[in-house]
Design a protein around this ligand. Structure first.
Ligand code: FAD
Length: 403
């Protein structure tokens, strides 16, 4: 049997931030993660991370945008913690080595759906992958024990903490006793998508068993069935079906059209508004058909270079451009067919502003939690959530376990 102060379950942005913060608070830490350290939805994030760092922006504006996008359903204390922690989270990531894109000396900020100001920071086009790389190195350097290819299978409350049963992919079982546990296993929406027969943007490890385990133990949940669809999932070609074209395509000027070429929504409205408008437009019989009959909306990506000049797409959207080129489609010359795709679980475990769930010595952070975003998430706020609440939960768990 292994013993530690803090057991962290999952190694996306939230789990790795929690592990580093718990080690910084001098706790002994074990991280258990289903496959390789850092393999997660976090690593897939392309769009970017929101934080009020621009001179003309404020945490108050960020707070109001977050609250409005979430239909006023978010927990005000959690939203305040999120937005006020934004600038420091960015500084922390930079100190760990994340290279955010600059325009000259200034951090580049982009306006995205639902935000009143440019606020989205990017590390090239692969912000999540860059964060994972930096956080993975920080976890390795921290001296945390990492069990890769190992899943949390059971959790039982014992005096002074929790007893966790782990199962490695080779079938070996292991027991860990921890003074406190941080659940950072994500929202598991990939698993839900498979269950309801929809396409999802999620990593294969995104299954909901840890969330379900916590609920079965009696932890309180909220908004659990509030799922977010990414508005622009690729419909065609088949090799890209389900791939989410980043929101920045619309930030840079791509427009949405029905089969007749009419625009039908403000492309920079919050995500659920844009996704809902596409679904309604197709349901009303105005959709465009892919060669196999799948219906969708046209995303006119050719507008990006028209608006910003030739070469802009190749430079700023190189990743998506190249993914399409590999499938024989040049998005600077052809519009592409899109339809909303399951993306994010808005709800999850109830936490307080310290990341504490409603069960003793049990903390949670990231997509497994609810309340930070209400019933619709502002794009870019999830990566911020993982860092802000991951660090808070890791530090608080360490304090409680070592008290
Ligand atoms: C394609 C895509 C693009 C996105 N783009 C953006 C973006 O641009 N900006 C933004 O803010 N958000 C974006 N998001 C959302 C954001 O990336 C995620 O919500 C966030 O990264 C979740 O982080 P997390 O640490 O909570 O969970 P995850 O990153 O999902 O990590 C969960 C971890 O838990 C592990 N795990 C699961 N079950 C178990 C178990 N039983 N035992 C042990 N370990 C387990 C997994 O292996 C994984 O390591 C995107 C999501 C996707 C899928």
């Amino acid at each position: 049997m292994e013993r530690c102060d803090v057991l962290v379950v999952g190694s996306g942005g939230a789990g790795m931030s929690a592990a580093v913060a718990a080690r910084d608070a001098r706790a002994s830490v074990v991280v258990v993660t289903k496959s390789a350290l850092g393999a997660s939805n976090t690593g897939r994030a392309q769009g970017g991370i929101q934080a009020a760092v621009a001179p003309d922006d404020s945490t108050e504006d960020h707070l109001q945008d977050t609250f409005a996008a979430g239909h006023g359903d978010a927990d005000p204390a959690l939203v305040r913690t999120l937005v006020e922690g934004g600038p420091d989270a960015i500084a922390w990531l930079q100190a760990l080595g994340v290279r955010f894109t600059h325009d000259g000396d200034d951090l580049r900020v982009i306006r995205c759906g639902g935000a009143r100001r440019p606020r989205l920071l990017q590390a090239g086009e692969r912000t999540g992958a860059e964060m994972v790389q930096a956080l993975r190195a920080a976890v390795r350097d921290s001296g945390a024990q990492v069990h890769e290819s190992t899943a949390l299978e059971g959790l039982q409350q014992v005096p002074g903490g929790w007893r966790a049963t782990l199962r490695a992919k080779d079938g070996t079982a292991q027991v860990v006793d921890a003074g406190a546990v941080v659940l950072a296993a994500g929202g598991g929406l990939g698993g839900e998508a498979a269950r309801v027969g929809e396409k999802s943007t999620n990593h294969p490890d995104a299954t909901p068993e840890v969330l379900e385990m916590a609920l079965a133990l009696g932890a309180e949940g909220r908004d659990l069935d509030s799922w977010q669809r990414h508005p622009t999932g690729a419909v065609w070609p088949p090799g890209l079906a389900g791939y989410a074209l980043p929101e920045t395509t619309r930030s840079y000027g791509a427009t949405l059209h029905d089969a007749a070429g009419e625009r039908f929504v403000d492309e920079l409205a919050p995500r659920d508004v844009v996704a809902g408008a596409i679904i309604d437009m197709v349901a009303a019989g105005r959709g465009a058909a892919a060669p196999d009959g799948t219906m969708g909306a046209w995303l006119d990506t050719t507008a990006i270079d028209r608006e910003n000049g030739p070469g802009f797409t190749a430079e700023r959207l190189a990743y998506v451009h190249n993914r399409y080129l590999k499938q024989g489609v040049d998005i600077t010359k052809e519009r592409v067919l899109v339809y909303p795709v399951l993306h994010y679980r808005n709800g999850g475990l109830v936490i307080d502003a310290h990341g504490h769930t409603t069960l003793p010595r049990l903390y949670a952070a990231g997509e497994i939690t609810g309340g930070v975003h209400g019933t619709n998430r502002l794009m870019g706020n999830s990566l911020l959530d993982t860092v802000v609440f991951g660090r808070i939960a890791g530090a608080a768990a360490a304090r409680e376990a070592r008290a």
